[in-house]
Design a protein around this ligand. Structure first.
Ligand SMILES: [Zn+2]
Length: 126
């Protein structure tokens, strides 16, 4: 599953207006090559712990784990080697979307993240 997230953490992670995230079962990821650093924190809005792995050479966030989704690994959408990303299917923390950003109506939209505990994607944060 792939989606965009408009939370403050994803904006800061990407240095952009939103984050593009792809989630896979951890058992499907066969290798992570290269040295990474880890930035761990408590996501205040979504009430879960995250560990973000980034390239120690350039600082780009590559992948992450989320305590609320222990069977999944999140991979930064822009970090895949192959060009041509699949269309995202959801918009997490949609209430924090920049007003000037237009998204397809067909995408699922999560606007209640602040009022309830973290849910499994596609309504998930990150
Ligand atoms: Zn987010």
């Amino acid at each position: 599953m792939q989606g965009v997230c408009h939370c403050t953490d994803c904006k800061r992670r990407t240095g952009s207006a939103f984050g593009l995230s792809s989630y896979f079962p951890r058992t499907r990821v066969v290798a992570t090559d290269g040295q990474t650093g880890v930035y761990a924190f408590r996501h205040a809005r979504c009430a879960h712990d995250q560990a973000r792995h980034f390239c120690v050479r350039c600082g780009t966030t590559l992948y992450w784990t989320i305590s609320a989704l222990p069977a999944l690994i999140g991979i930064a959408g822009g970090c895949f080697a192959d060009e041509g990303l699949p269309e995202p299917g959801y918009s997490a923390n949609h209430d924090q979307k920049e007003r000037w950003l237009a998204l397809p109506e067909s995408w699922a939209k999560d606007t209640e993240a602040a009022e309830r505990p973290f849910r499994v994607a596609p309504q998930a944060c990150g």
